[in-house]
Design a protein around this ligand. Structure first.
Ligand code: NAP
Length: 485
């Protein structure tokens, strides 16, 4: 079992209350994975003060110098990839292959933003008059708060931290209590890479106490949050009175449309990967499949055959396709959604049960579940499950598929499987989503491309990831210089 303290002012620090808490392995609840300092409001305040103190010197460095530290951290993370991936699997439950990919992603993000330091700057703009220079400067904001969820415990902290630090901000990061180990390991790598003390502070602890303090504290000038809609909405309201910059990225109800001309084997493969990969615990997971009626039976048969064949188990075991739910409450939530759907008339086509054979009895394992006969009016067609449950809806044609896909109040990722280029492009134009995938899984993002949702999936103010991620973490100042006299 590992033991972690909070990282405040460059020091590993116990909670001011002296309290600790432990996390268990969701695949085997007999194993305690790590013990943490249970931070509270006072620890969050101490972290904010440490960040404030470190900010001026960090902001005074050039982006190239800051980028060098990010680049070094990338190398350190990559060197420890196998160890960190195993820790991630033990704490969050995803398969080792998924965890390895996520740690690699975090290393790649730091490398990408490290290099971006060479390009980070302002712009020169032609002035109306000769002998004048008109240009912009890109400047850091100050102390930035980051609040992250448990489902990508290293990739999401990385994709917020790297641009925040590159731009010259000091940061207080509050990772999800369910899986904070990797965020603390990121801090370790950054410290070893030479990040000055206090520039990054990580406080683990109760969401309301630590996260709430970040949302309310006047020194937090910008806050980037990823998580559920109710919490994101609440934080947004807490930031509004002081007009702090806000970036809230929240849940989705991501559709994959299967048109009659689609390669149905490809469609089934994509839905399996996007619906059951990461145990369906991805904000971009496919949870609705809208299938043209003429191919409904053929597609559903392929989907259920493959879903029922998936191997569920401990993500550390070779050959496992899908790990457990992250905790008892997520598992209970999955079954509550399932029960509600069956009561509303959905048909259970595959799965639907808890797995308890042998060692599985010690984990939060649910069978990959496919529901048929789902209509847009049912809750399962519009509410996020965040588990391995895929709902299949029949549609008459492309127009109806598009209307149903857009008929929810969230819009994160949306996929379509078709050989019809015109319909694919119409979909890209008309779907209300931040990301569109054509003949690809709804999950999986290029770190160099912008990411974010629309509608209730996001405040839709700034994009995350890609070079444009720096827009949230910096401000532009315009300078007029007259040298004509
Ligand atoms: P969550 O319950 O909203 O928690 C997210 C973070 O907020 C955690 O660090 C949590 O801390 C903290 N928090 C809880 N209450 C708070 C409060 N009152 N004030 C400030 N912070 C508070 O979400 P989750 O269950 O971790 O994550 C799942 C959700 O995230 C899903 O809806 C998923 O779709 C969404 N998600 C979205 C994206 C995206 O990019 N759009 C990516 C991944 C996940 P504690 O852990 O201590 O409670």
């Amino acid at each position: 079992m590992r033991t972690y303290q909070n990282f405040i002012g460059g020091e590993w620090t116990p909670a001011s209350s002296g309290k600790t808490f432990s996390n268990i392995n969701p695949a085997d609840t007999r194993e305690t994975v790590a013990q943490y300092a249970a931070g509270g409001q006072a620890d969050a305040v101490a972290a904010i003060e440490a960040a404030k103190k470190s900010f001026p010197a960090w902001a005074a460095l050039t982006p190239v110098a800051r980028g060098r530290i990010l680049g070094k951290a990338s190398q350190l993370l990559e060197a420890r990839k196998a160890e960190l991936a195993e820790l991630l699997t033990r704490e969050e439950g995803k398969t080792l292959a998924e965890a390895t990919g996520e740690v690699q992603r975090a290393a790649d993000i730091f490398r990408f933003f490290g290099g971006l330091g060479y390009t980070l700057g302002g712009q020169t703009i032609p002035h109306d008059l000769p002998g004048n220079l008109l240009f912009t400067r890109r400047e850091p904001l100050g102390v930035v708060g980051l609040i992250t969820p448990w489902n990508f415990p290293v990739a999401i902290p990385a994709w917020k931290l790297a641009p925040a630090l590159l731009c010259g901000n000091a940061v207080v990061l509050k990772p999800a209590s369910q899986a904070p180990a990797l965020a603390l390991e990121l801090a370790k790598a950054l410290a070893e890479a030479g990040l000055p003390k206090g520039v990054l502070n990580v406080v683990v602890g109760d969401g309301r106490a630590v996260g709430g303090e970040l949302a309310n504290h006047p020194s937090i000038v910008a806050l980037s949050f990823t998580g559920s809609y109710p919490i994101g909405r609440q934080i947004y309201q807490q930031l509004a009175p002081r007009m702090a910059r806000a970036q809230m990225e929240m849940g989705g109800k991501n559709p994959t449309i299967v048109l009659a001309d689609a390669d149905l084997d490809l469609a089934a493969t994509l839905v399996i990967r996007a619906g059951f990969g990461l145990t369906g615990q991805a904000c971009t997971a496919t949870s609705r499949v809208l299938v043209e009626k003429s191919v409904l039976a053929a597609f559903t048969e392929k989907l259920t055959t493959r879903a029922c064949a998936l191997k569920v188990g401990n993500g550390l075991t070779a050959g496992i396709d899908m790990g457990p739910a992250v905790n008892q409450s997520e598992l209970d939530g999955n079954f509550a959604h399932l029960e509600g759907a069956l009561k509303e008339g959905a048909e259970l086509l595959c799965g639907g049960g808890r797995l308890r054979d042998g060692d599985l009895a010690h984990g939060f394992f649910m069978q990959p579940t496919v529901l048929g006969g789902v209509t847009p009016q049912m809750k399962i067609a519009s509410e996020e499950v965040f588990g391995p449950v895929v709902a299949v809806l029949a549609v008459e044609n492309f127009d109806e598929a598009l209307a149903v896909a857009n008929g929810v109040d969230v819009g994160l990722s949306a996929s379509i499987v078709t050989r019809d280029l015109k319909k694919a492009m119409l979909y890209a134009e008309r779907i209300e989503a931040g990301v569109v995938k054509i003949n690809q899984i709804s999950t999986g993002l290029a770190l160099q491309a912008p990411f974010g949702g629309v509608k209730k999936s996001s405040t839709d103010s700034f994009k995350e990831q890609g070079a444009g991620a720096v827009e949230f973490y910096s401000r532009i100042k315009t300078v007029y210089l007259d040298y004509s006299a």
